[in-house]
Write a protein that binds this ligand. Structure first.
Ligand SMILES: Cc1ncc(COP(=O)(O)O)c(C=O)c1O
Length: 365
């Protein structure tokens, strides 16, 4: 039988590996591997979800006007320049599909979100990973890596899995210095965890080559709903809408996401709780000899002496029903990414890592 060949790049894609949620042989687990909000969603959002069952025989809106209007109102943006997708992943895909192809290059930081190289290969473009400086995006190195073939530069700010953040001036310098016709995607999946941060919206207002992406999967506690959005110039949004399926979001997704964005009290509460527990966890880990960079997100990138220690710790945690994330695939083999869970989970993970350290080092920490 002859092999039917897919498009260039497709077979080079390494399948995305999500955070696991089960451990063989362990029934009670705590999942700290996917940066989900341990508080879930607010009562208002649950109520909105409960009301969505009535009209399922009707197709959803194709233009997402009500959701875009709500996002625009809450964030002070222009609704005409917003696009919504199946998670922000889909918005990242729209940009890639619309602006890059075979022979083009897509630049991203070496520890960047693993969807960036996947998306590049999906369209036959070449992914170019650029070294970071101490787990932080290096603007000069990113600019130096750009050529006339570079069509898209992706950064997550704050970054995943590093948790570090670039200041506004650095991001502006990156956007400003890109080659003609190259887009900067400012991926803001963790924006809401940073008090007062606009996620790159003002940069989109200032520069025509910047696309901001945002998600309902993190602080809004709606990872299972799959809704994200993007903000860019009218021209770019007009392009992206041409590669978007008309009914890409369901009636349920639209209604629930709208209720969620209107409930900013929940966001404020979750941000404060996350900041409190993140500070506690980082300090507790540091005290037992596990350092981390200052995180601006809902996770901590815990550093161990080497890959062997990180993997042994991961195994130890798993045996105790605690699931965190290995990040070897992100070029960080000596690290584990730990989502900031609720208070009992934070205490348990710190306590268990403490016990691991004692055992691993033969009784001394
Ligand atoms: C940096 C970053 N960008 C984008 C996403 C995609 O999020 P979603 O598709 O759920 O909106 C994630 C999810 O983990 C992420 O960490």
């Amino acid at each position: 039988m002859s092999v039917i060949a897919p498009q260039p790049g497709i077979m080079d894609i390494e399948l995305y590996v999500g955070g696991s949620s089960t451990v063989k042989g362990v029934t009670e687990v705590v999942k700290l591997s996917s940066n989900e909000n341990p508080l879930g969603t607010s009562d208002a959002v649950k109520a909105a979800h409960g009301k969505t069952g009535h009209n399922l025989h009707r197709y959803p809106s194709t233009d997402h006007a009500a959701l875009r209007a709500a996002i625009a109102e809450v964030h002070g943006l222009d609704a005409e320049r917003i696009i919504c997708g199946q998670g922000s992943d889909e918005v990242l895909q729209f940009v890639t599909q619309a602006y890059a192809g075979v022979g083009d290059e897509i630049v991203y930081p070496e520890h960047g979100f693993s969807m960036y190289p996947i998306l590049a290969k999906m369209v036959g473009a070449t992914p170019i990973a650029v070294p970071e400086r101490e787990r932080t995006v290096d603007v000069d190195a990113m600019l130096a890596a750009c050529t006339d073939k570079t069509k898209i530069v992706f950064i997550a700010n704050p970054g995943n899995p590093t948790g570090t953040m670039l200041g506004g001036n650095d991001v502006a310098r990156l956007a400003d210095g890109l080659p003609e016709g190259c887009i900067l995607v400012h991926d803001g999946a963790y924006t809401e965890y940073v008090q007062g941060f606009d996620g790159g919206a003002s940069l989109v207002e200032a520069l025509d080559n910047v696309v901001m992406t945002r998600t309902f999967s993190k602080i809004y506690g709606l990872g299972g709903l799959r809704v994200g959005w993007g903000y860019a110039s009218k021209d770019i949004i007009g392009v992206l809408n041409r590669v978007r399926q008309p009914f890409n979001l369901s009636t349920v997704q639209l209604a629930v996401a709208e209720a969620a964005v209107r409930d900013q009290e929940w966001v404020t509460k979750c941000r404060a709780e996350n900041a409190r527990l993140r500070a506690w966890l980082a300090e507790a880990l540091a005290e037992i000899g596990v350092p981390s960079d200052t995180s601006t997100t809902n996770f901590i990138l815990a550093r161990f002496a080497d890959q062997a220690e990180a993997e042994a710790c991961d195994d130890y945690l798993k045996a105790e029903g605690l699931i965190v994330r290995r990040v070897t695939g992100y070029g960080l083999p000596n690290c584990l990414r730990i989502t900031v869970g609720d208070e009992p989970s934070c205490r348990r993970v710190a306590h268990t890592i403490g016990n691991f350290k004692v055992e691993y080092h033969g009784g001394s920490k």
